[in-house]
Design a protein around this ligand. Structure first.
Ligand code: OGA
Ligand code: NI
Length: 346
């Protein structure tokens, strides 16, 4: 079986305990969005609010994205990853373009056992040229689409539209759950920097040493993730810090709040650590939609939620600069820890 390249090896304290990767039935809450059409929006918002507070994660069912589209997306994604490497590398990410295919991702400077494909929901966004606060330069980033499978682009653009609608709906429900007007956050998404990623985790002969994605928190507002029927996602349970494997539920999406919501809500809703374990036999695929604000947005705790007892816990920061700073590690392994939301805590 050979040896594992040391770039993939997790420190001992971050290696998974493979004896406890059975999915836990009563794990993250499940929320049925079909209630939306029955007008009981406030009740739904409270359920979501409780899930955000207790877990930072929940699953949604009856979310309104057509199942036929979901199946198409899975099919073309799989066809893409099954192409020969030379074909996939034609749309490879590089130092100039952070979008497209990649097979050398690092999380916290350890290499992830996976391949991925990234694209923007709104193509051609203008981002800061560098994370330096004084650098006013900008550059435009654009999607790279593969030639095969031929329907890849069309299918994913339709998927992006559908999940974007769902994301705005969830944003409204979360605003309501915080006692805010439902459109409180909508204005932050003009020219939003949302992206969709397809994660492909090949079987791994060393699942006790490597991870599909190392422990991390998502930096954005919300993540809406589709996963296939192979378990692998683990969430760090807030109540006791245990790593809990999320049980795949057919046709459900997994939603989690990211760092931006942690700041907006002044930590009422915390962005929770998660990671992906791999296995020796089955490949796994997941498709996260990373809902991100516009680059101009200054992120800070929402004033309406603050008072004498609840003082702001975070410094204001610019989303565009934070986003670019975090993406620095996308192309190469850094020698130092990348910026984390904790660094902005007051
Ligand atoms: C991610 C992530 C989880 C998964 O890509 O940020 O957490 O199940 N993925 O693939
Ligand atoms: Ni994540």
């Amino acid at each position: 079986m050979g040896e594992l390249d040391s770039a993939f090896i997790q420190d001992i304290e971050h290696r998974p305990n493979l004896k406890s990767t059975e999915p836990v039935g009563d794990g993250i809450p499940t929320i049925d969005l079909s209630a939306l059409t029955i007008a009981d929006t406030q009740k739904l918002a409270s359920e979501i609010g409780l899930a955000c507070q207790e877990w930072g994660f929940f699953q949604i069912i009856n979310h309104g994205v057509p199942l036929k589209l979901q199946r198409k997306v899975e099919k073309v994604a799989k066809e893409f990853f099954e192409l020969p490497s030379e074909e996939k590398r034609k749309v490879k990410r590089n130092e100039v373009n952070p979008l497209g295919y990649y097979d050398c991702e690092h999380t916290k400077n350890v290499r992830d056992w996976k391949e991925l494909f990234d694209f923007l929901v709104k193509d051609g966004i203008v981002i800061p040229a560098s994370p330096e606060p004084d650098d006013k330069g900008v550059r435009t980033i654009t999607n790279q689409w593969p030639q095969y499978p031929p329907e890849f682009r069309e299918v994913f653009q339709e998927y992006a539209k559908q999940v974007e609608k769902l994301a705005f709906k969830l944003l409204e429900l979360i605003a309501l759950s915080l006692g805010l007007p439902e459109n409180r956050f909508s204005g932050y998404f003009n020219g939003h920097t949302t992206s969709i990623r397809i994660n492909y985790y090949p079987p791994c002969p060393f699942p006790h040493l490597a991870l599909g994605v190392g422990r991390h928190k998502d930096p954005g507002v919300l993540t809406i993730l589709a996963q296939d029927d192979v378990a692998g996602l683990q969430v760090k349970r807030k109540s006791d810090g245990e790593w809990i494997t999320v049980k795949p539920t057919p046709n459900a999406y997994i939603v989690n709040v990211g760092d931006v919501f942690q700041v907006w809500s002044n930590e009422k809703y915390q962005s929770v650590e998660h990671r992906v374990v791999v296995n020796t036999v089955k490949e796994r695929m997941s498709i996260p939609f990373f809902f991100h604000p516009g680059t101009h947005v200054m992120v800070k705790p929402v004033e309406e939620l603050l008072n004498g007892e609840n003082r702001p816990k975070y410094k204001e920061y610019n989303w565009g600069k934070f986003f670019v700073n975090r993406s620095r590690s996308d192309f190469k392994k850094l020698e130092v820890e990348n910026v984390q939301i904790e660094h902005l805590r007051l």
